[in-house]
Structure formats: structure tokens, C-alpha cells
Design a binder for this molecule. Structure first.
Ligand code: ASP
Length: 348
């Protein structure tokens, strides 16, 4: 009888050990309750962010805000909250800061207005919510979350999206809330130069003068092994005709899938749309068994560089591996791990 009990017990132990190893080794493991690691990565835009461009006070302000955002999400994750909650609340901190190109302080359109795009995605069920052309919703990331949770659609734009926000009692503000003096000065300079040039040269001009993309993004892995990604932006300076960038296009600027990873991008949106960047990285992991680092480098450092597409991406995979890959001079970025290890940086 005793021998039978020993055999049953050892078989059980071998079985549990095998299951754990399968989770650790299988790149397609979809994440379950056994996960103990959790963490989060954020970005505040990529571009010509190099030493000498910012004063020590400005550097301090950026790093402090990145840290505040990371600690906001960390508190949620540490308490056993969901990655979706952590992503939304973290991005709200960055949207409310005038330092970044999202929410207050967003870059301005040719008409000197703010038009915002945002997206959030849950890797557990591939549910997503995105919004574009938002002019009056204080926190577009929360509108994206509301679209994901409380509508049967994925993307709402313009007036319809704002009507939904009003119905759901999200905070509504005047467009002037988003507009800062710095951004007004910036857009007026671009427009003054534009008057002297034709449309084609202007596109080049924008890329030269404002080679800094301050979009914000966040990706997180929670204690239940669920991934989420979110991104929020004012788009590109001097954009026209209702232009929508990569951010609210699922698979371009934002993507999360428990089978692979969660990703948020920043850069010249048109390149990220044409290359379906975040889904491409996830697909390389899923179908070609690449690691997160290999997949992100393949897309950001090779494919995009060949096409002169500037930008970067942050990501976290289902095992808690983190990447912050960019082909520009710098990217506002940071991460926090389960043990509380916190990192922020701006330059390469
Ligand atoms: N990717 C954003 C867009 O094209 C811009 C940015 O990253 O700052 O709308």
C-alpha cells in the first residue's frame, strides 16, 4: 500500500514539474495562473533625443514623470490588478503631463487644434478599443478602454466617439485644454516655413525640424500572466485632413497577444501602418519561434531602417522579458520589474 502511495506521489510530482517546464519552454504558452513574474514598460516617444538638447532640469522633469507613471502601474500590478488597468492608469499620468505628445501638450494640426488618437488591447482575449480624431475627451486612453469594455466595436472616430464618451460620462474638456504655448510656437514656425515651400518639401521639413515623437505607450504583464498594451498620441505636427496615425490601428502601433507579447510603438506612423509593425513582431515570435528581442530588432532595426522609417517599440513577453528597441537617437523609456527594480532613460 505504502509503495503504491509513493509511486502515485512521484508520478504526480513528475507531472507537475513537466507542466511547469512546458510553460517555461513553449514560446506559444498562452499564460495562466501559474505566472509569478509581472512587470511593465513605458515609452514617451522616440526621435532626435540626444545629449545637449535638454537642460539638466528638463532631463530631471522627464525622468521624474516616467518614474511616477511606472510607480502608478506597479502599485496596481503588485496588488494583483490586471495589466489592462495598469496600462490605462499609467497612460493617464503621461496624458495629463504637458511634457509628452499625448493628452495635454499634444502636437497641433495645421488648423492649430489638438486631434488625439489612442488604443488599448488585452492579450488574454484579443479584445481591443481604439479612438481617433478626438478633440474633447480629456483622457483618450480611457475612451479607448470604454470602447473595448462597453461597446461591441473596436474603433470609433471623431464626433461619434465623442458622443459615446459623453454618454459614458467620461471627462470632457475644451480643445484649448490640450494646447500649450510651446506647441503653438512650434506649429507656427512650421507653418511660416511651409508658406515658402510646396507640399512635398513640407513633409520633409516636418521630419527634419520635429524629429521627436512624444507619443506615450505602456505594456504590462500581470500576476495572472495576462498581457496588455496601450498607446496615446496627438499624432504628427502639422497633420491635415483628418490624418490618423498608427496608434489606433491594431497591429500597427499597438498590439497584445498572450501567446506572444504586448507592444506599443512610436515614430512616423505611416511606416508603422504600412509595415503592420507590432503585429509583424508578434507574428515572427508565433510563426518563426523568434524571441521578443530578435523579432523587434528584425522589424525596427532592419526592415524599418531599410525604408528610412524612424521610431521605436517597447514590449514585454509572456515570460516577463522586456525590450525597448529604437532606431533613433533616443527614446523616453523605462521599465519596472516584479522586485521593484526601476529604470528610466532618454538617450541611446
Ligand atoms: N506614431 C505617431 C503617429 O504617427 C507619432 C509619434 O509616435 O509621436 O501618429
Amino acid at each position: 500500500m505504502k509503495t503504491i502511495r509513493v509511486i502515485i506521489l512521484s508520478t504526480l510530482l513528475v507531472f507537475i514539474y513537466a507542466c511547469q517546464n512546458q510553460e517555461a519552454d513553449d514560446p506559444n504558452w498562452s499564460g495562466g495562473a501559474a505566472h509569478t513574474e509581472f512587470g511593465m514598460v513605458i515609452h514617451g516617444g522616440a526621435g532626435s533625443i540626444h545629449k545637449g538638447r535638454y537642460t539638466p532640469e528638463q532631463e530631471e522633469a522627464y525622468n521624474a514623470k516616467l518614474k511616477e507613471a511606472l510607480l502608478t502601474g506597479y502599485a496596481i500590478l503588485k496588488d494583483g490588478g490586471s495589466s489592462v488597468d495598469a496600462v490605462e492608469k499609467t497612460i493617464r499620468v503621461l496624458e495629463n503631463s504637458p511634457l509628452f505628445n499625448a493628452g495635454k501638450g499634444a502636437v497641433l494640426t495645421n488648423a492649430e487644434t489638438a486631434e488625439l488618437d489612442a488604443a488599448i488591447m488585452s492579450g488574454a482575449d484579443l479584445n481591443a478599443g481604439t479612438c481617433a480624431g478626438i478633440k474633447h475627451v480629456k483622457n483618450p486612453i480611457s475612451l479607448a478602454r470604454m470602447i473595448m469594455d462597453s461597446s461591441k466595436h473596436v474603433m470609433l472616430i471623431g464626433e461619434g466617439a465623442e458622443k459615446f464618451a459623453r454618454d459614458e460620462e467620461l471627462e470632457i474638456v475644451d480643445n484649448s485644454y490640450f494646447i500649450t504655448d510651446k506647441r503653438l510656437e512650434e506649429i507656427r514656425k512650421i507653418k511660416a516655413k511651409e508658406r515658402k515651400k510646396n507640399e512635398r518639401q513640407t513633409a520633409e521639413l516636418i521630419q527634419e525640424s520635429d524629429h521627436k515623437f512624444g507619443t506615450v505607450g505602456c505594456v504590462a504583464l500581470d500576476k495572472n500572466g495576462n498581457l496588455a498594451a496601450g498607446t496615446s498620441t496627438g499624432g504628427l505636427s502639422n497633420k491635415k485632413w483628418g490624418r490618423v496615425g498608427d496608434v489606433p490601428i491594431i497591429g500597427a502601433g499597438t498590439y497584445a497577444n498572450n501567446k506572444t507579447c504586448a507592444l506599443s510603438a512610436t515614430g512616423q506612423g505611416e511606416y508603422f501602418i504600412r509595415n503592420v509593425v507590432t503585429h509583424d513582431i508578434s507574428a515572427l515570435m508565433e510563426y518563426k519561434d523568434m524571441t521578443l528581442t530578435q523579432a523587434a530588432d528584425n522589424v525596427i532595426m532592419e526592415k524599418l531602417v531599410e525604408q528610412h522609417g524612424a521610431g521605436g517599440v517597447i514590449g514585454i513577453d509572456h515570460r516577463g522579458n522586456i525590450i525597448m528597441s529604437f532606431n533613433t537617437q533616443g527614446m523616453f523609456r523605462g521599465f519596472i520589474k516584479a522586485d521593484g527594480e526601476l529604470f528610466t532613460a532618454m538617450y541611446k
